[in-house]
Every structure is written in C-alpha cells, then in structure tokens.
Design a protein around this ligand. Structure first.
Ligand SMILES: Nc1ncnc2c1ncn2[C@@H]1O[C@H](COP(=O)(O)OP(=O)(O)O)[C@@H](O)[C@H]1O
Ligand SMILES: [Mg+2]
Length: 268
C-alpha cells in the first residue's frame, strides 16, 4: 500500500491551545493524482498542509509523504515536496525568467543533473505560457501570471509531490482558469498535487479525488462521482439537473436539510 500512495495520513490531530483543529484526519492520496482538500475558511486546511510539509508538528497520528515520515524523516520529506502558498513568493523586481533562474541555482539543479538553470527556466516558462512575458518585471504581471510563475517555481528540482494552498484565492475568473490549466499541466507531468480550496467548483474542475475537511475530520473522501453519489436520493427527482458539489457539501456537512450520514467514498 505504501508505494501506491504519495501521501498517507492516519488519525492526525492538532490543537492550538484549546482549539482542536484536526481531530483525527485520515487521508490517502494516490501517486500522480490531483486531490482537492475542500473546506471552509478556518477548517484546518493550511494546518494539515503545513504538517505534511514538515513546517508544523502534529500532536498525534502518522503522516507519510513519498514514503517518508513527516515527523521522523523531515529532510527526506522536504526533498520530495514543494509548497506554494496563497500569497505568491515571487520577487516583483526581478523578471519571471530571473526568478526562475535564481531558484534553479538555489536548488542546485545543475549539480543534480537536471540541466542548467537557464535551460530549466526556459522550459518552465514555455510550459506555463510565460515565454512572451519572461523578460518583463514580475511587478507588471497579472494575478494569474504571478500565480502561474509561482507554480512554475515550485516545480524546480522536480519534486514528486506539490502542495498548493488555495492557489486561486483572490484571483479573478480568468486568472483562475489560467491557474487551473497550470495545475492540469502539473499533473499531466506525473506530479502528485494536493491542493486546498474553499471553492467547490475548483475541486469539481480539477480533482481526481475530493476530500472534505469539516470539524477536524475528513467527512467525505472519494472521486467526484463517488462524492456526488452521496447526495440524498430525493435529488434524483430532478433528472435534468446534476447536484452541484455545493449542494453535496451542504448536505454532507449537515448544513442542508435531510443530510445523509457519510460513510466513506464508496457509498452510493
Ligand atoms: N498558529 C496558530 N495559532 C492559533 N490558532 C491558529 C493558528 N493557525 C491557525 N489557527 C486557527 O486554526 C483554525 C484552522 O486554521 P487554518 O489551518 O489556517 O484553516 P484553513 O486553512 O482551512 O482556513 C482557524 O480557526 C485558525 O484561526
Ligand atoms: Mg488556509
């Protein structure tokens, strides 16, 4: 099993003082998949991602990334991951190309046999549709271009697992589409992506697997089809209308009337 999953989380807990944020999180993320960790603001998404990225320690439970234990082997985990946060970490004064070359040098790509920094930068600019803007200062970029550059930067050094924490929060619809394309590009290259989002549509658009974090636990985990199948049967009356993920979210979190008791991904 361990080799099939890029990320495994079992019974993970984390509190800040009296505030119990994670109350026993279980999650398994298949290699090469895009998994959306969906939850409201304050649900604990960033907390979970920071634990997986070795930036924060869990109180209890086990988590492995790329087969390495986040608590016991943090250096091995860090070699296998990159983390892109909600706020782009790019330098605005530098050009897009300069940002990428800088990070490529810092990550010693040449010594690791991944190519010269300039070549690594050019390839990523091309892959994320930034070639035309490559030699402009990032300060002149749109929000979507910045976020794409940020995602491109996270790929330098070929980490097998990429965490994207709310990659489209604060972006306009067009920029959001650009980032979605960038995430699809990532996964098409074989990278495992765990992204967090408050946007149900984003999970629906991008994810092979959807995990809903609510009140400290993963209350639903499965494919989009499996998650949709959790809708109360009454909805079947509306044959022409598929339930939106939003309706499912409201139903399974108990916010809507007639919520079913979620039993895991394979329930119908
Ligand atoms: N360092 C911290 N100290 C105290 N409380 C925190 C800290 N970080 C996050 N929290 C609280 O934990 C909860 C979950 O936060 P977070 O993981 O950032 O949620 P999300 O990313 O889903 O919005 C929130 O109530 C937040 O205010
Ligand atoms: Mg967050």
């Amino acid at each position: 099993m361990a080799t099939e999953h890029a990320i495994r989380v079992e019974a993970l807990t984390k509190s800040y003082g009296d505030l119990e944020v994670l109350r026993g999180v279980d999650l398994a993320v298949a290699r090469g998949s895009i998994t959306a960790l969906l939850g409201a603001n304050g649900a604990g998404k960033t907390t979970l991602v920071r634990i997986l990225a070795t930036l924060l320690r869990a109180d209890a439970g086990v988590a492995t990334v790329g087969g390495a234990d986040v608590a016991g082997e943090p250096a091995r985990v860090r070699e296998a991951i990159s983390l892109t946060g909600q706020f782009a970490a790019v330098d605005e004064v530098l050009t897009g190309r300069e940002n990428l070359v800088l990070v490529a040098r810092l990550r010693h790509v040449e010594a690791r046999g991944l190519g010269k920094p300039a070549a690594v930068a050019s390839a990523l600019l091309e892959r994320f549709g930034l070639t035309d803007a490559a030699d402009r200062r990032v300060g002149t970029y749109s929000g979507g271009m910045r976020r794409r550059l940020d995602i491109a930067m996270s790929l330098i050094g070929d980490p097998p697992v990429v965490f994207l924490d709310e990659p489209t929060t604060g972006l306009d619809p067009q920029a959001r589409n650009e980032v979605w394309d960038a995430v699809r590009t990532l996964a098409a290259g074989g990278t495992t992506v765990l992204l967090t989002t408050q946007y149900l549509e984003e999970a629906e658009q991008l994810a092979h697997q959807i995990a809903i974090l609510h009140e400290g636990r993963i209350i639903v985990d499965g494919t989009l089809a499996e998650v949709k199948a959790l809708m109360p049967p009454a909805t079947v009356e509306y044959v022409e209308k598929q339930p939106s993920l939003e309706e499912i979210f409201l139903a399974v979190t108990g916010a809507g009337a007639g919520a079913p008791a979620p039993q895991g991904g394979e329930q119908r």
